[in-house]
Design a protein around this ligand. Structure first.
Ligand SMILES: [Fe+2]
Length: 502
């Protein structure tokens, strides 16, 4: 009886110890499991001395951000998060860095605790402010599942293998398809490894916040002090090398507002950098499925006037999931000194074919410098006459590289072949095809600063301007777009009736 009693006590004690240990281990596991994710180091103000950090955690922490040079900590911050969509978001602007230096950093959610072993490490390099810069541009991964996010990440990795000297990457928007927590987690799972090795200049896409405003704004730490931050994107600008780059939000009810046009004009006139580049999600020139709607086409009428007037050299955009480059254009006419527009293709796997009914209606074929369709099953390109007879098999994720050296800008577009998945050929071993290449040249030192005032857009100016902006779009829609649409309609119907895409 006594023996049985002691046996029972022993069992109860063992169970209690095991249970207690399990609770303790569980708490440690929770702390240890929580580590920073969705990490981004974004351009923020002066790219030679500043960066904007943003990351997430599952639990709330007083996190420690340490920035080091040659292994020696030079900046330390305690950063508190705020709750966002069930996780905690952290933002920190780092200033006072030295130009042209490589920095490493660590993000430690629980400094001094067990979880500190789970600190996340990364690196970035500041601009050395000379007249050279290399960067990568890609668009529209827009994935909804892990497999397709991985294809997008494979494309971006291929971009950095192709241009290891890239100082930052421009993501032209539509990071995800439905902008859910699950999708942003997939994005982080495959992209954090890349994001922690470079600087990003993000462009907001129309899918980045779908249904939940401020998703995009809470993924990056950007300097939007000059232009009103909207719920579904931001406008901002920065210098890198001898280029001035402005980022536009084209995701409001209006693809571009009068307040944005004024901001852009002042912004482009406030720089004497040799190269002027504008980036935005929607595109004025396209043969994709969105090329038939007035919001994108309105850009041909409204935005291009400002770009022409400010001597912009290059416009990069996304949204329509095909690669298209125009010849240099001024006032919607071919002009050697005009603006070159590049629709950046898609780094992801959702690809749009040519809508032939747009040709000669909303898109003049003589404007096309290069057209490269990434459609599954074949790829075809514009040869100056047609695209149907130029089918090739260079299909896959598209990425672009830009290299500026003094008065020469060299642009290259590539495709990472992805139709080899079934054969088990890993992404790192798949062919990369150079599908377009062009060079722009200019005499440097010609740009003059002609605007020196305050370019801050007030909220009142922004919101009051919506009404005249809407009127301008409506006037364009009824007087310009609708008559052309009706002329195009029979061809559109005939293409769709023949099995073509709307
Ligand atoms: Fe889009």
């Amino acid at each position: 009886m006594k023996k049985t009693f002691f046996r029972l006590v022993s069992i109860v004690l063992c169970v209690a110890l095991l249970f207690g240990g399990a609770v303790s281990a569980s708490a440690d596991d929770v702390a240890a499991a929580d580590k920073a994710f969705r990490i981004s180091v974004a351009v923020n103000g002066d790219t030679a001395t500043q960066r904007g950090f943003c990351w997430y955690s599952k639990e709330n922490h007083k996190a420690k951000l340490t920035v080091s040079e040659a292994g020696v900590p030079v900046k330390e911050f305690t950063v508190e998060g705020f709750e966002w969509e069930g996780n905690f978001c952290y933002k920190q602007v780092v200033t006072g860095l030295a130009a042209g230096k490589e920095y490493t950093y660590s993000i430690d959610l629980e400094p001094g605790a067990t979880a500190s072993s789970n600190a996340v490490y990364g690196s970035f390099t500041t601009d050395n402010a000379d007249d050279k810069v290399d960067f990568i541009a890609y668009a529209d991964i827009q994935a909804g599942n892990l497999e397709n996010f991985q294809k997008g990440a494979d494309t971006v990795s291929a971009a950095f293998r192709t241009m290891p000297s890239a100082e930052f990457m421009l993501n032209m928007g539509d990071f995800t398809n439905d902008s859910t927590n699950e999708e942003w987690d997939y994005y982080a799972q495959v992209m954090d490894g890349i994001n922690t090795t470079t600087t990003v200049a993000p462009v907001s896409g129309n899918h980045d916040g779908l249904g939940v405003w401020n998703w995009f704004n809470n993924l990056f730490c950007l300097d939007t002090s000059e232009s009103v931050q909207t719920l579904n994107g931001v406008n901002y600008s920065f210098d890198y090398g001898n280029a001035h780059i402005a980022i536009l939000n084209t995701n409001d009810v209006l693809s571009i507002s009068l307040a944005q046009l004024k901001w852009l004009k002042n912004d482009m006139n406030s720089t004497d950098k040799d190269w002027k580049i504008v980036c935005m999600h929607k595109t004025p020139y396209t043969l994709g499925k969105d090329g038939k709607w007035p919001d994108a086409l309105y850009l041909q009428k409204s935005l291009t006037k400002v770009l022409d007037a400010c001597d912009v050299d290059l416009v990069l955009s996304g949204h329509d999931h095909q690669y298209l480059r125009t010849k240099p254009l001024t006032n919607n006419k071919i002009d050697d000194n005009g603006v070159t527009y590049v629709l950046c293709g898609t780094a992801g796997s959702k690809r749009y074919e040519v809508r032939t009914f747009l040709v000669n209606n909303f898109m003049k074929p003589e404007f096309i410098g290069m057209l490269n369709i990434q459609k599954k099953g074949f790829g075809n390109y514009w040869n100056g006459t047609d695209w149907e007879s130029t089918r090739e098999t260079n299909i896959g994720g598209c990425f672009n590289t830009v290299s500026i050296d003094g008065g020469t800008l060299t642009f290259n577009s590539y495709i990472l072949q992805d139709d080899l998945d079934e054969q088990g050929i890993e992404a790192v071993n798949r062919p990369i095809t150079n599908t377009d290449s062009f060079t722009l040249t200019k005499t440097t030192g010609q740009n003059k600063i002609t605007f020196t005032g305050d370019n801050t857009t007030s909220e009142a100016e922004f919101y009051l301007g919506v009404i005249p902006s809407f009127c301008a779009l409506a006037a364009y829609t009824f007087s310009n777009w609708l008559p052309k649409f009706f002329i195009m309609l029979p061809k559109l119907i005939s293409v769709v009736a023949g099995g073509g895409s709307f």
